[in-house]
Design a binder for this molecule. Structure first.
Ligand SMILES: [Zn+2]
Length: 507
């Protein structure tokens, strides 16, 4: 609609904002307190109190950007030259105000440009850019569209109830600051259909991006109020934050039981168990689907149950758990543990199995302290795995007696060797353990003959072809000419050994 149509149909119905709005805005919102001076007219003005005074020629000439004190109101202010760099100092603000007409709550968003061009108190240029009308029957939203490129300006009615994002130029922060004017808010709200929202709850919600949506959603879906007041705060919040309930909550339900799609007995049980405030829609849906018997069980072991429900690999964990016990016994056990974490239990069971522990024994299946038992099993398993890998690495190792140009070669014999090499040279040979153990790769350490303990270069060779796959030094650096020559000689030597069958330990 055009500007004129908007003013006639909508604008004329908006009740005036609280009379203190402008005063409040000047007091609280204008950011800078400045002493603006004009070196030509030899005048200075305080933007805080509006006091204008004469200055001596040159008195402020070196004060630009520095602090001074207003002779009238004693405010500490920053001195700005009125003529320097820009025409005048200006700020941009966005302000939400509330008004009510007995039925509708009106929320109006203003763009306010603050300028000091007339060398007195700030001039405010106000433009309305958005209007919301909220009552029990409807929630409407209009936004001003300034198509500066096409020269068209008009008002558009939107379905969404979200406030407009701030205009931001690319590569720079928006210059706007946002404010919500809350003076007399409870009285204003009481004078509209939204009256039951007056009070504490609303004040906590005063966030620029969500307050309007919150009010509008409450009016659109009375079930949200039922949920909120009925102790299911998370469910009410999630809907307003834009989460979809996926059918878990009946948003048009006329009672809390109908909204939650649960009989009274279970609504009360969730509340009594202290679960209601935090339950989310995924949990609620699973709870609705559960049998009567399972529900009782879930209420008693909620945390452990919810953890498994939300686990990314839930199916895998359930498979592991059900391989050794029942889910019922698992939940009960986890409820008594400090960390109700399915990953922890599944890891523990995997390691315990690999170590050959007897999981039929209750002490092993359900250790008193899962965290401690988990860590112990993991350490033992790692040690066992490493000793197996070391054995295999030794089986595949091929000692080569090769020296050249002050360099010697040593074959890696254990995971520990690889770890140390990685640590000193900052490369990733430590991750090659399993490939070396399986005979897919051979790792050699190139060392200086007079510093034979000191890692220098690391070399990977293909045990079948004798080709050097890579040769890296500190931080993966490439070879010096000496090392390059050494590599060539070593490669030749190794390939000769293959031909002669001297490397046949490699499978
Ligand atoms: Zn002043």
């Amino acid at each position: 609609m055009t500007k004129e149509e908007f003013i006639r149909d909508v604008g004329s119905r908006i009740p005036p904002a609280h009379p203190d709005t402008e005063w409040h805005f000047r007091e609280e919102c204008i950011r800078g307190k400045f002493l603006l001076y004009d070196g030509k007219k030899n005048k200075c003005v305080c933007t805080n109190c509006g006091y204008e005074f004469d200055i001596a020629p040159g008195e402020y000439s070196r004060m630009h950007g520095l602090q001074d004190i207003c002779p009238s109101c004693d405010t500490q202010a920053i001195c700005l030259s009125a003529g320097r760099g820009r025409k005048c100092y200006e700020e941009q603000h966005r302000l939400l105000t509330f008004a009510a007409d007995g039925k509708s709550l009106w929320v109006v968003s203003h763009d306010i440009l603050v300028r000091f061009e007339d060398f007195a108190r700030a001039q405010l240029y106000k433009y309305i850019n958005e209007v919301f009308e909220i009552n029990a029957d409807e929630q409407r939203h209009w936004r001003y569209k300034d198509g500066w490129y096409s020269g068209s300006q008009f008002w558009e009615e939107l379905k969404s109830l979200n406030v407009a994002p701030l205009p931001a130029a690319p590569y720079c922060m928006s210059k706007y600051t946002m404010h919500i004017f809350t003076e007399g808010i409870d009285e204003i709200i009481s004078n509209s259909d939204c009256r039951y929202l007056a009070g504490e709850d609303l004040r906590r919600r005063m966030e620029w991006s969500s307050v309007v949506t919150w009010i509008a959603m409450q009016m659109k879906y009375p079930a949200l109020e039922l949920l909120r007041k009925g102790g299911f705060g998370r469910l009410a919040r999630d809907r307003i934050d834009g989460f979809n309930y996926q059918g878990a909550v009946n948003i048009r339900g006329k009672s809390i039981e109908k909204s939650l799609r649960l009989p009274k007995k279970w609504v009360t049980a969730l509340r009594k168990a202290g679960i209601s405030e935090d339950i989310n829609s995924t949990e609620l849906r699973a709870f609705q689907k559960a049998s009567e018997k399972d529900r009782k069980f879930i209420v008693e072991n909620f945390e452990a149950w919810a953890d498994l429900l939300h686990s990314y690999r839930a199916e895998g964990y359930i498979h592991i758990i059900e391989g050794v016990t029942t889910l019922e016994k698992y939940y009960k056990y986890m409820t008594g543990q400090s960390r109700k974490d399915a990953v922890l239990y599944a890891d523990y069971i995997r390691n315990a199995k690999a170590l050959g522990w007897d999981l039929r024994r209750k002490r092993i299946l359900f250790p008193d302290d899962l965290v401690a038992a988990h860590d112990e099993a993991m350490e033992l398993y790692e040690a066992q795995k490493n000793s197996l890998i070391d054995k295999q690495i030794r089986e595949h190792a091929v000692d080569v007696d090769y020296k050249n140009n002050g360099l010697v070669i040593l074959c890696a014999k254990s995971q520990g060797d690889l770890n140390k090499e990685s640590e000193v040279l900052h490369h990733c040979v430590r991750t090659y353990g399993e490939r070396v153990a399986s005979g897919q790769a051979l790792i050699y350490f190139v060392r200086k003959a007079d510093e034979v303990m000191m890692p220098y270069y690391t070399l990977e060779i293909d045990p079948l072809t004798g080709v050097v796959v890579q040769c890296r030094g500190s931080h993966n650096c490439s070879m010096t000419p000496e090392v390059e020559a050494f590599r060539k000689g070593f490669e030749k030597h190794f390939q000769k050994m293959i031909k002669e069958g001297k490397t046949c330990q490699t499978a």
